[in-house]
Design a protein around this ligand. Structure first.
Ligand SMILES: Nc1nc2c(ncn2[C@@H]2O[C@H](COP(=O)(O)OP(=O)(O)OP(=O)(O)O)[C@@H](O)[C@H]2O)c(=O)[nH]1
Ligand SMILES: [Mg+2]
Length: 193
């Protein structure tokens, strides 16, 4: 698969507003600031179509992008952003949860973790959920450019062994800075849709 044509479609605050064209959907999940929007931009080779920010909590809605006029990418709001009120965190969790449970077109989930750190408690909860849902998912360890090759390998091994206890996982190192992992992730997407 080659990504040739990309456009922003819409932001959605409720699962009932999800586009109804029936195109397959790939969703991108992970804690706030982990790099979901940056990864989507890198996949699309668009600089700032998906809005990124140093401030966590930039993506608050489900954002839909149309790829090659026949596939949707869904940028999910990040979880685990402590500065939001409990009420707001709950409403985000409910939006993500309702979408993941109700979408009939969802073909797979790209779950991001930070290559520099052990998966957080929220990450583990999410990945455990994914392990039980009957949906293909891949764990992408992003920001790998921020580590030396040696440190990256060590931390990835650590994270992989932690995750191996809770779910059977595919694992992919990625960098939105350098594009590392892009071909492999596009292959994975092409395979599951
Ligand atoms: N060096 C490096 N920086 C990255 C990478 N991916 C993201 N960043 C930076 O990390 C910050 C957050 O990235 P976003 O893509 O906005 O993160 P997000 O997961 O969409 O965040 P929310 O929308 O808040 O959930 C930005 O400053 C990015 O430039 C990467 O692979 N390498
Ligand atoms: Mg974002």
């Amino acid at each position: 698969m080659q990504i040739k044509q990309t456009e922003f479609i819409k932001s959605v605050a409720h699962p009932s507003q999800v586009p109804t064209e029936g195109f397959p959907q790939i969703a991108f999940s992970g804690r706030s600031n982990v790099g979901k929007s940056s990864l989507i931009n890198r996949l699309m080779n668009r600089r700032n179509l998906a809005q990124t920010s140093n401030t966590p909590g930039k993506t608050r809605l489900l954002n839909f992008y149309l790829i090659n006029r026949n596939l949707h990418f869904v940028d999910l709001p990040g979880y685990g952003f402590a500065k939001r009120s409990k009420k707001e965190q709950k409403s985000w969790a409910e939006l993500i949860d309702a979408y993941l449970r109700s979408s009939e077109q969802l073909r797979g989930i790209v779950q991001l973790i930070d290559a520099r750190h052990d998966p957080s408690r929220d990450d583990l909860e999410m990945i455990e959920w994914l392990g039980q849902a009957e949906l293909p998912f891949v764990i992408v360890a992003t920001k790998v450019d921020k580590l030396s090759p040696n440190k990256a390998r060590k931390q990835l091994d650590r994270s992989m062994s932690i995750l191996a206890d809770i779910a059977e996982v595919d694992f992919l190192p990625f960098s939105s800075e350098t594009g590392r992992g892009r071909p492999e992730l596009i292959n994975w997407i092409a395979h599951v849709i």
